[in-house]
Design a protein around this ligand. Structure first.
Ligand code: XIL
Length: 351
């Protein structure tokens, strides 16, 4: 009897390992997806999500424009729905985001506020939202995309248009302090795109210097989110360059989370990609997962959506699509198999 039970348990463990989340659990890495609550009403969407992922994040529904569409009127419903879904399925909820230069409500973006007013508005917003989700959101992207391509601070209402009255990265420091005060247990991240590769990249250099400076100033920051909206071209973000970047960031004692991974490929008018592009995409997914796994401080791999049915790519990059590990009908693509293999769930070593 006892050995039968053990056999059954072993079989169950094996079956569970054959999912991204099962394999990720074994390696100590979270596997996440950006989601939206409307799609969660679709059974195949919700069940695939619950089966394969150990973390979710709102693609848009927890951004300022969605949370406070009218000044003083907060809509926490989608975020609460995600928190319930995460709890029901033993997943983590990642918060995205508390401070960004876009996706702000009209009343804020066009309000002609003074620096002192903006400072107070940002503080109130972060305090209210991080406070509301205290204990439900385990990690926040506190500030998103604050740097420009050449590495300087990006022009924005928070920095210099008119700014919050704080100089340099002062508004970033404050945003983290306010988030920490509102939810001392939450992990706080700086999230950025185009800063993945350490080689010859002023923006990744600037992210490194920014977070190093924050640590030196005693700002409560726990990690860096690297977005990874990439192509199959290995030169755009190279394996070695990503590896070196994760190495130097984690050497600071910070976590790195890969927050918005998608690998776009050219598609035809029906949204279909070629078999060779899907194979190249799979290799890219596998490569990114293996680089993360080399570093104990790389603690999460999240895709920006998970099904080609719901992805920002076709709109953002016309002519491209099919960027995610599941196809339009929730069937696993070669990219899925490559992720699973890189996570060590399959025996085959591939070529
Ligand atoms: C994107 C969403 O995917 C789109 O639906 C929306 O229209 C704009 O924002 N970097 C980020 C994400 O941090 O929030 C962005 O998400 C993609 C780029």
């Amino acid at each position: 009897m006892r050995s039968l039970a053990i056999l059954l348990l072993a079989a169950l463990a094996h079956a569970q390992a054959q999912t991204l989340r099962g394999a990720g659990d074994k390696r100590g890495v979270l596997v996440g997806a950006a989601v939206d609550t409307r799609s969660m009403a679709v059974e195949a969407y919700a069940s695939t999500l619950a089966r394969e992922f150990s973390m979710i994040e709102a693609e848009n529904e927890m951004k300022w424009a969605a949370v406070e569409p009218t000044q003083g009127v907060f809509n926490f419903k989608p975020g609460d729905t995600l928190a319930e879904f995460a709890q029901a399925h033993g997943m983590k909820l990642r918060g995205h985001n508390l401070c960004w230069h876009i996706y702000n409500p009209g009343w804020l973006a066009k309000g002609n506020f003074t620096a002192a007013e903006l400072n107070a508005l940002l503080r109130t917003y972060i305090t209210t939202v991080a406070g509301h989700f205290k204990g439900k959101v385990f990690a926040w992207d506190v500030v998103n995309e604050a740097l420009g391509e050449s590495g300087g601070l990006r022009d924005s209402i928070w920095y210099n248009q008119p700014g919050t009255g704080l100089t340099g990265a002062g508004y970033i420091d404050e945003a983290f302090r306010w988030a920490h005060a509102a939810d001392p247990a939450a992990l706080l991240f700086y999230n950025e795109y185009g800063a993945e590769d350490a080689t010859d990249n002023p923006k990744s250099e600037a992210v490194y210097e920014l977070v190093k400076g924050m640590l030196a100033r005693g700002v409560p920051i726990h990690g860096v989110g690297l977005q990874l909206h990439i192509t199959t071209n290995p030169k755009s973000v190279s394996r070695g360059g990503l590896d070196a970047n994760i190495a130097r960031l984690t050497a600071l004692g910070l976590q790195v989370q890969l927050t918005e991974l998608d690998v776009r490929v050219p598609v035809d008018a029906e949204g279909k990609a070629s078999a060779s592009d899907l194979a190249a995409q799979a290799r890219r997914y596998g490569e990114i997962v293996s680089v993360c796994l080399k570093h104990p401080g790389c603690t999460a791999i999240q895709t920006w959506g998970f099904t080609d049915r719901r992805s920002w790519i076709p709109k953002q990059y016309p002519g491209f699509g099919a960027a995610l590990p599941f196809d339009f009908n929730f069937q696993a693509k070669p990219a899925y198999a490559a992720m699973l293999q890189a996570l060590g769930a399959t025996e085959s070593t591939g070529n």
